[in-house]
Design a protein around this ligand. Structure first.
Ligand SMILES: *Cc1c(COP(=O)(O)O)cnc(C)c1O
Length: 402
């Protein structure tokens, strides 16, 4: 069975069957890993099949790309060697001396690329606190792209994608100049949100996180409905060579097949954990999009599947940096580590780990205090996760109250 991008099938059916044809020569239900770097030709420039050389395209990568395109309601997808390579490719496609407007608390590596690498071909970036409110005032004649990450990392503020898309559309109608909207959808995954259906031009993912979901592959992907953009990205990828291996493509495709089950489980547990944290006296502030008290909960309800809040939570703990340190060293199921979106639960302290490179003043202006703890909820049993958090909070109270 071949499943194109058709709304006729539900998400789970597409996750399992899109890009997953039965092998016509062996009948294998699961695709073989195609390691060959080159493919035979019958006459010069007449390949036997559709492949020539594995940098340009490879069966495992093709299949994975078809699956992601289907899940993101896209015509096209391109898989890359990492989420960071995906960001680099998109920015590389801009004309020299372009201007980017980016959300304020984007992924650290994205911030680094915008500020320390993109400038080598004259691309400059303006960071704004809230794109839905502050975008228009920051548009310049050479603004070519808006970079939006929702929910943001690690404070999980939510941006209204449809509203930003609408602002850019009116701008285009007024001035005739098109500004691309790129959404980094890593934190929600295609199961919870499909930015292209809300007006984005390009959606990008660090596949390393939810899409692969098993913390054993570093990979990225982008998807779009715009054929011209797709051709340009494809050309650039082949020219630059930023490709994932066949084995990684195969593993990520296997991971993707359970995306809907994993994300739903993680989000359901995260909701319960967030509600537990809110009422705990050792917790000061909980950032979680699924809470009714979240600043943009109305956007969450409109923009996220079933109003799901995702699997990421952050919260401020009593006892300052010490409290955060004791907590994250005391959990037994939550492993103290960077990254997110895997089957296993993780915990970290952004101020000294993922966001340690950002100056304190800037960090704190974005809500990243020394006592902020970030949690990636995995798919272990909810009750075990809550009990683990409870016992670690008790240790915090015992060590910081005397
Ligand atoms: C991890 C991450 C990236 C970078 O992806 P890599 O696969 O680590 O290169 C980009 N954006 C977000 C939101 C991420 O979490």
């Amino acid at each position: 069975m071949t499943i194109e991008n058709t709304p006729k099938f539900g998400f789970g059916t597409r996750a399992i069957h899109a890009g997953a044809p039965i092998d016509p020569s062996t009948g294998a239900v699961i695709e073989a890993i195609s390691l060959s770097t080159t493919f035979a030709q019958s006459e010069p420039s007449k390949p036997l099949g559709i492949y020539e050389y594995s940098r340009s395209s490879n069966p495992n990568r093709d299949n994975f790309e078809q699956a992601v395109a289907s899940l993101e309601s896209a015509k096209y997808a391109i898989a890359l060697g990492s989420g960071s390579a995906t960001t680099a490719l998109v920015i590389q496609s801009l004309p020299i001396n372009s201007h980017i407007i980016s959300g304020g608390d984007v992924y650290g590596g994205t911030y680094r690329y915008f500020t320390k690498v993109a400038n080598t071909h004259g691309v400059s970036a303006t960071f704004v606190g809230n794109l839905a409110d502050d975008l228009e005032a920051n548009i310049k004649p050479n603004t070519k792209l808006v970079w939006l990450e929702t929910p943001s990392n690690p404070t999980l503020s939510v941006t209204d994608i449809a509203k930003v898309a609408q602002i850019l559309k009116s701008h285009e109608e007024k001035t005739g100049s098109k500004i691309l909207l790129v959404v980094d959808n890593t934190f929600l995954s295609p199961y919870i949100s499909n930015p292209l259906t809300l007006g984005a031009d390009v959606v990008v993912h660090s596949v390393t996180k939810y899409i692969n979901g098993h913390s054993d592959v570093v990979m990225g992907v982008l998807a779009t409905n715009n054929s011209e953009l797709h051709e340009q990205f494809r050309f650039l990828q082949n020219a630059i060579g930023s490709i994932p291996s066949p084995f990684d493509s195969w593993l990520a495709h296997r991971g993707l097949k359970t995306l809907h089950l994993r994300v739903r489980q993680a989000a359901t547990s995260a909701q319960k954990i967030a509600e537990f944290l809110v009422q705990h006296p050792a917790v000061q502030k909980v950032n979680y999009p699924g809470l009714k008290s979240h600043l943009n909960h109305d956007v969450v309800v409109r923009q996220h599947r079933d109003g799901l809040g995702g699997g990421m939570i952050s919260f401020r703990i009593v006892g300052g940096a010490k409290g955060a340190s004791v907590f994250t060293s005391s959990t037994k199921i939550f492993t103290l580590a960077e990254s997110l979106g895997g089957i296993e639960s993780l915990v970290e302290v952004p101020a000294v780990m993922t966001h340690g490179g950002i100056p304190k003043v800037e960090r704190e202006a974005n809500g990243v205090y020394d006592d902020l703890v970030r949690v990636s909820v995995g798919i272990e049993d909810t009750e075990d996760l809550i009990n683990d958090i409870q016992q670690a909070l008790e240790k915090v109270v015992a060590t910081t109250s005397n």
